[in-house]
Design a protein around this ligand. Structure first.
Ligand code: ZN
Length: 68
C-alpha cells in the first residue's frame, strides 16, 4: 500500500502538478490535512521529509535528502 502511494507522487511529472500537490497536502485516502515533518540528522547530511495523516495514522510520504 505504502509503496503504491510513493509511486503515485513520483509519477507526477509536470511542475504544475507537483506544485499543486505541495500546496494541497491532503491525505489521498481521507483528504485530511497532512502534517509535514522535516527531520535533520545530527550530522546534518540527510534531511528526512514525512507527510503524516493523523486520521489514518499513516505516513503517506517519506523522502530522504542526502547531501554527501
Ligand atoms: Zn488519511
Amino acid at each position: 500500500m505504502e509503496f503504491g502511494k510513493v509511486q503515485y507522487f513520483e509519477r507526477v511529472e509536470t511542475k504544475h502538478h507537483r506544485e499543486f500537490i505541495q500546496a494541497h497536502n491532503n491525505c489521498i485516502l481521507c483528504s485530511s490535512v497532512l502534517e509535514l515533518r522535516h527531520i535533520r540528522t545530527d550530522e546534518a547530511l540527510e534531511i528526512k521529509e514525512e507527510a503524516y495523516c493523523p486520521q489514518c495514522d499513516l505516513r503517506t510520504r517519506a523522502k530522504n535528502y542526502t547531501m554527501n
